[in-house]
Design a protein around this ligand. Structure first.
Ligand SMILES: CC(C)(COP(=O)(O)OP(=O)(O)OC[C@H]1O[C@@H](n2cnc3c(N)ncnc32)[C@H](O)[C@@H]1OP(=O)(O)O)[C@@H](O)C(=O)NCCC(=O)NCCS
Length: 164
């Protein structure tokens, strides 16, 4: 399925909500990642990406947030692709495009919560135990990060919080 990736725009907001509801169901706002966003992470629509179908409908989304974790960094999520568009590489392309945008913006690192099997081919690895904390419980095998410039991960540590 062909999908064009573009930066998130205000007019995508309603259809993004539909994609997220279908992907995660009613429990999605209970996730620990949501606490990060609630506690002042700053939305970065210009670094976030949506996937558009040929008809121009949003069929996928990957959002990026500015955060602080010892140093200015980014938080990735939610990532979701509509069931109708899955297994065609859209999810991976969304993450690749967000990583490239974050790297071009001069950021240090991206932190995400997700399946290492999905994110490892995209450059992410499991953060060492005890290095970074989210405001709530997270399976440590799902707490991932990717370095955006050489050596930048050395400074990433502590609680993920709102940027200064
Ligand atoms: C995860 C998701 C975004 C992948 O989107 P997609 O467009 O189908 O992804 P791609 O086509 O790029 O990649 C598909 C691969 O991801 C794998 N995958 C899908 N969901 C996965 C998951 N939850 N954990 C691990 N791997 C997963 C598929 O098995 C497939 O693997 P393969 O290529 O070896 O066959 C999509 O399945 C989705 O929206 N799921 C529900 C929401 C969710 O779990 N989001 C991720 C939170 S980290």
């Amino acid at each position: 399925m062909a999908a064009a990736l573009v930066a998130e725009k205000p007019e995508h907001a309603d259809t993004i909500e539909g994609v997220l509801d279908r992907a995660f169901g009613p429990g999605r706002l209970a996730k620990t990642s949501e606490r990060v966003r609630e506690r002042g992470a700053v939305a970065e629509p210009s670094l976030s990406r949506v996937a558009l179908s040929d008809a121009g409908e949003v069929v996928g989304v990957c959002r990026i947030w500015s955060i602080e974790a010892g140093v200015a960094a980014f938080f990735l999520g939610p990532l979701a692709v509509d069931p109708s568009a899955r297994n065609a590489g859209v999810g991976a392309e969304l993450v690749r495009a967000c990583v490239a945008a974050c790297r071009a913006s001069g950021g240090a690192a991206i932190i995400a919560v997700g399946a290492a099997s999905f994110f490892a081919p995209l450059g992410f690895s499991v953060a060492p135990a005890g290095r970074v904390f989210l405001p709530g419980p997270v399976d440590p095998t799902r707490l991932l990060w990717v370095e955006l410039r050489p050596g930048a991960l050395d400074a990433v540590r502590g609680e993920v919080r709102a940027p200064k």
